[in-house]
Design a protein around this ligand. Structure first.
Ligand code: LR7
Ligand code: MN
Length: 589
């Protein structure tokens, strides 16, 4: 019992860490004396402490003066060509103080010129594509922000200015979502007047959240293409032409750049994979996965061509303005942060549009390990109510599945009124979620009518298969398939899907995997990223209750050592009890 409860606590903590990424605000402490608050709960700032040997618990407070624009004196060569910024040892304490404010290395950011150079990270062929952009429609670039740092906000703006062809840039629209920092008020108004393109600012004096802020920006936009960016991005050469060019080909396309990484410690610009697409896990958290088979094949012919993605990250995309509104804009019932990316993704696909990633368009985004701002009303009332809206409007039975395993969203569900959005789904004659899963994301790992869903119980041990959790440690190697006490409650950790094709998979696209050929008599069974290869195929013999590996006809069994940590193996089928498995269906909707 102790072990089970410990396990549940660990699970609960993990979901807290995952979902409360955007934990309750600590910003109110920035200018206060509560120094304990300076240690990030996720240990993020140990990264900062690393520079001086060990984690620092007591860091003196940052003062407002330290982030005031008066102190913003960039060094001409810092961060040049996207290279990392080096902080001198004498500045390390100051660096740590400043890190807390926006949860990134503000000292490094403030050293880098607003118009720093970046490498052209595109495939060579991209340079010869989208060259007739003079004929393209014009774009309004919309950037919403809440208490953004000056240097990251205006490096975003400057990267748009320097690296967009001026013929197709209508304007840049800034939307201030009730920022409190003084330098974002009058000084910003004055500064944007000095910029060489039309930059407009609209302000909300009450916090309305990013969806409402983007909606405001979209309504004010004059360009016929809307381009949304987070307030801490950097665009590289060719980013805009290729996005707009993709929309010109098909105006019902939402075009997303490849999202590169601006490092939160050093501000180096790191090119990221072009072979990933976006989707989501059972918790409706956005995830990158390796491209699906058919898309991968199509790409092998021309890897500069835009490719479809089941979902988008949300912050960086371009879309025809008229189509944006025809498609139902955004769900204005969504608060503060989160969920809107999936809502728009489902709506686009289900209602006749498409989402593509454009490999010739690269934009960097500053990835942080935690969020610096408050969630007015609390995380439950914001993120989960947004996700509840997504599930209720778009996901049909899979919405029930989401609520079944997500208590926080389930609690809010009945208080959520989505009638206006359901109306849109009807009006646009949108397809259902089953169609979306089958046609747009056939590699998905959600339960289906024709799939087994539930527990996999070992008859001999009376224990259940679990999804391995957490980081690899010496006593719990990540990826080894293992058994655990079967839980009374239905918990995600024990839930598996088995497809008609014989793939046994669970959340986050992980599959039961064993080598095609025997290794020294026994082979370990692992839980690995689903690959679609035959080494991940299994057959279940209902009569004998054996789980048989498809390529070598060996049976899944507990380790001969019977040691818990040794995990499962495949071995000669002998009919022994530990080779018998019960597939226990669990209702999911
Ligand atoms: O209340 C708020 N008001 C705002 O104006 C909260 C946020 N914002 C602004 C904020 O200043 C920023 O410019 O909204 C923008 C996005 O907020 P972030 O940067 O804190 O979000 P994120 O980068 O952590 O989160 C991603 O998911 C969000 C879910 O709502 C949005 O869709 C973000 O746009 C999105 N960012 C990206 O997709 C960038 C690439 C990440 C990946 C993968
Ligand atoms: Mn962001």
């Amino acid at each position: 019992f102790f072990f089970v409860s410990l396990f549940i606590v660990v699970l609960w903590r993990r979901s807290q860490i995952a979902q409360h990424d955007h934990e309750e605000n600590q910003e109110k402490h920035i200018f206060s004396n509560n120094q304990e608050e300076y240690v990030d709960k996720r240990g993020v700032h140990v990264v900062v402490g690393r520079y001086i040997g060990n984690p620092v618990n007591k860091i003196p407070n940052a003062t407002y003066d330290m982030i005031n624009t008066n102190n913003f004196k960039p060094e001409p060569n810092a961060g040049k060509d996207g290279l990392p910024v080096v902080i001198e040892p004498k500045d390390l304490l100051k660096m740590q103080q400043l890190f807390q404010i926006n949860r990134f290395n503000l000292l490094a950011s403030d050293k880098i010129p607003l118009n720093r150079t970046l490498p052209d990270v595109r495939k060579k062929k991209c340079r010869t594509m989208y060259t007739n952009y003079q004929n393209y429609p014009k774009s309004s670039v919309i950037i919403v922000f809440h208490n953004e740092a000056w240097s990251t906000l205006f490096r975003t703006v400057w990267s748009v200015i320097i690296r967009s062809p001026k013929e197709i840039l209508e304007e840049i629209i800034l939307v201030d979502d009730a920022s409190e920092r003084e330098f974002l008020k009058e000084p910003l108004n004055e500064y944007i007047k000095t910029l060489p393109v039309s930059v407009k600012i609209f302000r909300n004096h009450k916090r309305i959240g990013l969806v409402a802020a983007r909606l405001l920006g979209a309504r004010k936009a004059q360009g016929s293409i809307l381009v949304f960016l987070d307030a801490h991005c950097e665009c590289t050469t060719g980013w805009l032409e290729s996005l707009v060019g993709t929309i010109v080909e098909n105006p019902k396309t939402i075009a997303c750049p490849v999202i590169d990484i601006i490092n939160d410690d050093t501000f180096s610009y790191v090119k990221s994979f072009e072979l990933h697409w976006g989707a989501f896990n059972w918790n409706l958290q956005f995830r990158w996965f390796t491209l699906g088979g058919t898309e991968l094949k199509k790409r092998s012919k021309d890897n500069t061509k835009p490719f479809m993605t089941p979902a988008m990250a949300g912050g960086l995309f371009a879309m025809d303005r008229k189509y944006f509104f025809d498609l139902g804009a955004y769900d204005d019932g969504m608060k503060v942060w989160g969920g809107e990316n999936l809502e728009l993704s489902f709506r686009a696909w289900q209602c006749g549009g498409r989402i593509e990633i454009v490999p010739c368009s690269h934009v960097g985004h500053l990835f942080r390990k935690s969020s610096p701002y408050t969630f007015p009303g609390g995380i439950g009332e914001t993120l989960y109510s947004n996700l509840a809206r997504v599930a209720l409007v778009w996901m049909d039975e899979w919405g029930d599945f989401y609520f079944k395993f997500n208590e926080a969203a389930r609690k809010i569900k009945d208080k959520t009124d989505v009638s206006n959005r359901v109306q849109i789904r009807k009006k646009l004659h949108c397809k259902n979620f089953e169609w979306y899963l089958n046609k747009i994301w056939p590699q998905h790992f959600f339960p289906m009518k024709d799939r087994f869903f539930g527990r996999i119980r070992n008859v001999g041990e009376n224990q259940c298969l679990i999804k391995p959790l957490g980081k690899e440690t010496s006593n719990q190697p990540m990826g080894i398939a293992k058994l655990n006490e079967c839980l009374k409650e239905d918990m995600v950790v024990e839930m598996f899907v088995m497809t008609q094709d014989g793939f046994i998979m669970t959340d986050d696209s992980v599959c039961l995997d064993a080598p095609e050929k025997e290794v020294n008599g026994v082979s370990k069974v692992r839980i690995m990223a689903c690959s679609g290869f035959t080494r991940q195929k299994w057959k279940y013999n209902k009569k004998t209750q054996e789980l048989i590996h498809a390529t070598n006809n060996l049976c899944m069994d507990i380790s001969p050592s019977k040691k818990y940590t040794d995990g499962l193996v495949i071995t000669e089928c002998t009919g022994t009890k530990t080779q018998k498995w019960k597939l226990e269906e669990v209702p999911w909707h």
